[in-house]
Design a protein around this ligand. Structure first.
Ligand SMILES: NC(=O)c1ccc[n+]([C@@H]2O[C@H](COP(=O)([O-])OP(=O)(O)OC[C@H]3O[C@@H](n4cnc5c(N)ncnc54)[C@H](OP(=O)(O)O)[C@@H]3O)[C@@H](O)[C@H]2O)c1
Length: 288
């Protein structure tokens, strides 16, 4: 291929996945607002956000050839973890391999707080396996280990106003997607300064689900309470969804991970990266 045929010189330095979703969408919009050029790698180009300075390429994580073509000529990749699936780690591995083959030099990956092969939250094990594959790829990396989204806890109560799960009095330092997007943006503005770093991104308070219920009740006027399920109750109350067992395990272990104390630690990493404190659940609900 001669130079005239190559597209590599015209590719933006940065590629972003997940821009049709909540977190990647926020990051992509913020990058566009800063005047940064980017490639949006999406599964369906008709749903890509229309952003100044952005070009769109279509690829899913499992499609190695399309992913490689989408990333050719790019240096830095912001990789949002994919939707839960039975073979998500294989999808991630395929995409990481494609990124390395395309010449990506640095991956910024949205991992999970407490990513570990024996984490109680089953999906934290997927994130550990993905981190390992990135480390082994030889590319530079930055891991953004996001704790559970505050946005999720705000919506947790069922129609009857009851939050149900086997969390006991366990606590979670949940963090808003808005703060996580700000943290990601700080890294993407100067990726070289964050090479090899892993950030544990949390909110600034560790709440039990009794606290969550109380704060939602105070802030919204809707009466919300928490029912601490037993493990058998937790599986039984979710059986009607007909979900596969790996998925029900993931749902239930969201709560058991809290009960085990794995999601409670509070860090300064959001403040360190963004220069502002992460918001509390009360502040989040005031804004919503
Ligand atoms: N920390 C937490 O509490 C928490 C909670 C939920 C999820 N998560 C993880 O964090 C990620 C981002 O959160 P979010 O709220 O932004 O999720 P979201 O709104 O569902 O967005 C996920 C984005 O990833 C894209 N995507 C998913 N699977 C993909 C695949 N196999 N190949 C290529 N693109 C794929 C989606 O594309 P489409 O629009 O085509 O689907 C979408 O743009 C989630 O995907 C999940 O891995 C974390």
């Amino acid at each position: 291929m001669n130079l005239a045929e190559s597209h590599s010189n015209s590719a933006p330095a940065l590629a972003v996945t997940g821009s049709t979703g909540h977190l990647g969408g926020r990051v992509a919009r913020a990058l566009a607002d800063l005047g940064r050029e980017q490639t949006l790698v999406v599964r369906d180009s008709s749903r890509a956000p229309q952003l100044a300075g952005a070009r769109v390429r279509q690829a899913s994580y499992r499609d190695g050839a399309a992913s490689r073509a989408a990333l050719e000529g790019t240096q830095t990749l912001f990789m949002v973890s994919g939707s839960e699936s039975v073979d998500r780690v294989d999808e991630h591995r395929s995409f990481i391999d494609a990124a390395a083959a395309a010449g990506i030099t640095h991956i910024v990956y949205t991992s999970f707080f407490g990513a570990h092969p024996e984490a109680v939250f089953t999906l934290a094990r997927d994130h550990f396996a993905t981190e390992q594959h990135i480390r082994e790829s030889g590319m530079d990396f930055t891991f953004l280990r996001n704790n559970f989204y505050m946005d999720f806890f705000a919506l947790l109560a069922g129609e009857d106003g009851v939050i149900r799960g086997p969390a006991g009095s366990g606590r979670v330092s949940a963090v808003s997607r808005a703060d996580l997007a700000d943290a990601a943006l700080a890294v993407l503005r100067d990726p070289g300064a964050h090479r090899g770093a892993a950030y544990d991104l949390t909110g600034r308070e560790a709440l039990s689900l009794d606290d969550v219920a109380r704060i939602i009740t105070q802030k919204t006027g809707r009466t919300v309470s928490f029912h601490d399920e037993t493990l058998p109750e937790a599986y039984e109350s979710r059986a009607s969804y007909g979900a596969p067992s790996w998925q029900v395990d993931a749902w239930v272990s969201t709560y058991t991970a809290m009960a085990a104390g794995e999601q409670a630690r509070i860090t300064d990493d959001v403040l360190l990266l963004t220069g502002h404190q992460p918001e509390t659940l009360g502040e989040f609900l005031d804004r919503a």
